[in-house]
Design a protein around this ligand. Structure first.
Ligand SMILES: Cc1ncc(COP(=O)(O)O)c(C=O)c1O
Length: 461
């Protein structure tokens, strides 16, 4: 059993609902793990000084939202959705397996030719040097490749500004690990990339959600947050935000840069999706190079298994970041940095990113065909759509129903900063299907669930 206690002190919801929401949000954030048993209702009622019926109602609501289930003799347990098998009669996809539209997959079918690259590497006389201890962050060729890729992502910097990290998540950890201390506050969109939560938890940082609108992060909301509390950094995704796919206008970026300057914030600009909207406005870091950290990752543009991302860092922070890379993993694997360098140098990275964008656009057209009658947020060549569910659905229930029918989805609560209210929405990752035909089938499953409506509660249409 877990010693878990819900944090409901700042909630204005009725207590039972605050308990249910705390369970959902702690499951999303990994503070409650699959198989964890919630405290017995009587004990929790005593701890919170509320009636036992209030706790019962909260537990029932959490279970209705799909994250827990009551087990006879075992109390209320956090569900292990990954282990729960879908209904075999309803599975789609070749081989009848689960189609994973829950992970932000950058269309694996469009990947560079690894065998060819490895053969080229194997023929190089000095390939064995990749097995030695070394510092990829000091190799001028690797840094030049980083500067080239960052340039292709819209920011012109020299190799001296580049830090090589093991993927964008590691870049976020490196920046925050080097420049913040436990207890510091990081601002982020109220829906943001879960990578930030994982890093914040590890580094004991607080995250505060900032309001968004149809363009994305709101500078006025950031300013008012800064007036109230002294945050150290802003984490944002200006181009094709995950999960809403918003793209900040040039004006928004300027305004955010202005607020960052006024309140002395570091700006962590996560641009892993930049290749999906190459015409997007100039990076925020261009306006505030003295505080901007521009992350140009290769996971979403080339291949996630490479584990390489480049950071353009201000001069004051460069060595601190390199020290943090060394502290966390000694060095980024030279073999993968070499591969990344080859692909950036010979244009394979650019070509792959372009091909992924073209395929993403085709997949968006399929989503429009299947779900065009419903409300969703996306961008014409984004990997994901955020499907706002009709009123009768809770996101957890919808995701469970989709999983039962063979399609994995992510609920918006996985992206919601603790303390913010997630919408009843699910993120559908179009890149997760192996090909368009598998995607068409999976989207048809989602459309069917929507048209069937919630069992017993009727349809919206
Ligand atoms: C916006 C964003 N940043 C970072 C990451 C993590 O990327 P990486 O695989 O390079 O660590 C993801 C992964 O989905 C993401 O969507």
């Amino acid at each position: 059993m877990t010693t878990w206690l819900p944090n409901i002190s700042s909630s204005s919801d009725p207590i039972y609902l605050a308990i249910a929401k705390a369970i959902v949000s702690d499951v999303s954030a990994g503070r409650l793990k699959p198989g964890d048993r919630l405290p017995p209702q009587r004990e929790l009622a005593q701890a919170l000084n509320v009636a036992i019926g209030t706790v019962t109602r909260g537990y029932v609501e959490a279970s209705r939202r799909g994250v827990t289930r009551g087990k006879s003799g075992r109390g209320t347990v956090v569900r292990d959705l990954a282990a729960e098998q879908p209904d075999s009669r309803l599975r789609v996809g070749p081989g009848g397996g689960l189609v994973d539209l829950g992970t932000n997959v950058p269309i694996h079918a469009e990947a560079p030719d690894l065998s060819k690259a490895l053969a080229t590497l194997a023929q190089a006389q000095d390939a064995s040097r990749l097995l030695h201890y070394q510092a990829p962050q000091q190799d001028p060729r690797y840094l030049a490749a980083g500067a080239k890729w960052i340039g292709e992502c819209g920011l012109n910097v020299g190799p001296e500004s580049v830090v090589v990290t093991a993927g964008a998540q590691h870049a976020i950890m490196t920046i925050l690990g080097a420049l913040t201390k436990p207890g510091d506050l990081v601002y982020a969109d109220e829906l943001t990339c879960p990578a930030l939560f994982e890093v914040a938890q590890l580094l004991h940082l607080r995250v505060q959600g900032i309001g968004m609108d149809e363009i994305g992060l709101r500078p006025d909301a950031l300013r008012s947050a800064c007036r109230q509390r002294n945050g150290q950094a802003l984490y944002c995704m200006p181009t094709v935000h995950n999960p809403t796919s918003t793209i900040l206008t040039a004006e928004r970026r300027q305004e955010l840069a202005q607020v960052a300057r006024e309140y002395d914030l570091l700006v962590i600009e996560d641009e892993v999706h930049r290749h999906l909207a190459p015409g997007a406005a100039a990076p925020i870091s261009q306006t505030v190079p003295e505080r901007g950290f521009f992350i140009a990752g290769l996971s979403k543009a080339v291949a996630p298994g490479l584990r390489v991302a480049y950071v353009a860092a201000p001069p004051f922070a460069k060595e601190q970041l390199n020290d943090a890379v060394a502290a966390s993993l000694v060095m980024v694997s030279p073999l993968t940095v070499e591969l990344a360098t080859m692909w950036v140098e010979d244009g394979t990275a650019r070509l792959t990113a372009d091909r992924k964008r073209v395929e993403a656009k085709a997949r968006q057209a399929l989503a429009r065909e299947a779900l065009g009658d419903y409300s969703y947020r996306s961008y014409a060549s984004a990997y994901n759509i955020l499907l706002d569910l009709p009123e009768e659905w809770k996101a957890g229930e919808f995701a469970n129903e989709a999983r039962r029918r063979g399609v994995a989805l992510a609920t918006a609560s996985a992206f919601s900063v603790p303390g913010c209210q997630p919408p009843e929405a699910v993120r559908v990752s179009l890149g997760g299907a192996r090909d368009r035909s598998e995607l068409r089938e999976a989207l048809a499953v989602i459309a069917k669930i929507l048209s069937d409506g919630f069992p017993g509660r009727g349809t919206r249409m």
